[in-house]
Design a protein around this ligand. Structure first.
Ligand code: ATP
Length: 196
C-alpha cells in the first residue's frame, strides 16, 4: 500500500484538504485525532499517563486536555515521555487500519512528520501551506484561541520554508478553490506514479 503523508503547520488546512482527497475515495487516517481517541480508549495508555502526569490527567473519564497541555508545553522532556507512551500504540493501530484499506493509496494526516524525522515512513509527502496571518485568523476563529497561543504553537513547528524543501508536493491554501485544484493535480500525479 502506498502511504502518502499530509502535513502542515497549525491552521494551514490539513483536515480541510484531506476531506477533499476523501471526496474522491482516498481513505484518510488522521493521526492526531486517532492519538486523542486512543488516549481516551486504551487502558494501557491511561494507566501510563496517570503514572506520568497524575490523576488530573483525566476528568470524568475524559482526557483533561488543558491540564495536559499546560504540563507538556513548558517541558520538552515530559512531551517526549508522553509521545513514547502514545506513538507506538498509534503506529500499531495505523498498521492494522492500513491492512483493511482497499485503494491505490491512503493519506495519513499528521501535524508532525519532519519535526521528528519521520519522513521515511511515507512514500510521498504533501505539505499544506498558508500565510501566517491567515492561519492565525482561522485558528482563533475555529478554536477561540488567542493569537499569542497560536503563535507559541507555531514556534514549536518547523517553518514552512524548511518543510517545503523536503516535501514531494505543495498545496498553497490561502484560497480554497485554488488549493483544491492543486490537490486534484497531485492526486492524478500520485496515481500516475503508482501505475507507472
Ligand atoms: P490544525 O493544525 O489546527 O489541526 P488544520 O491544518 O487541520 O489545523 P483545518 O482545521 O483544516 O486546518 O483549517 C483550520 C480552519 O480554517 C478551519 O476552520 C477551516 O474551515 C478553515 N479553512 C481551511 N482552509 C481554508 C481556506 N482556504 N479559506 C478559509 N478558511 C479555511
Amino acid at each position: 500500500m502506498v502511504i502518502v503523508g499530509l502535513t502542515g503547520g497549525i491552521g494551514s488546512g490539513k483536515t480541510t484538504i484531506s476531506k477533499h482527497f476523501e471526496s474522491f475515495g482516498i481513505p484518510i487516517y488522521n493521526a492526531d485525532k486517532e492519538a486523542k481517541a486512543l488516549m481516551k480508549r486504551s487502558k494501557v495508555i491511561k494507566r501510563k499517563l496517570i503514572e506520568l502526569f497524575g490523576k488530573d490527567t483525566y476528568k470524568e473519564g475524559d482526557l483533561n486536555r488543558s491540564y495536559l497541555s499546560s504540563r507538556i508545553f513548558s517541558d520538552q522532556n515530559l512531551l517526549k515521555k508522553m509521545n513514547a507512551i502514545v506513538h507506538p500504540k498509534v503506529a500499531s493501530h495505523f498498521k492494522r487500519w492500513v491492512k483493511k484499506q482497499n485503494s491505490p493509496y491512503i493519506i495519513k494526516e499528521a501535524a508532525i512528520i519532519f519535526e521528528n524525522q519521520l519522513e521515511n515512513q511515507y512514500d510521498y509527502i504533501i505539505i499544506v501551506i498558508a500565510d501566517e496571518n491567515l492561519r492565525i485568523e482561522r485558528v482563533t476563529k475555529r478554536d477561540g484561541a488567542s493569537t499569542k497561543k497560536v503563535k507559541s504553537i507555531m514556534k514549536n513547528q518547523l517553518p514552512d520554508s524548511e518543510k517545503i524543501k523536503k516535501a514531494d508536493f505543495i498545496i498553497q491554501n490561502n484560497e480554497l478553490n485554488t488549493a483544491k485544484k492543486q490537490a486534484d493535480g497531485i492526486h492524478q500525479k500520485i496515481l500516475h506514479k503508482i501505475s507507472g
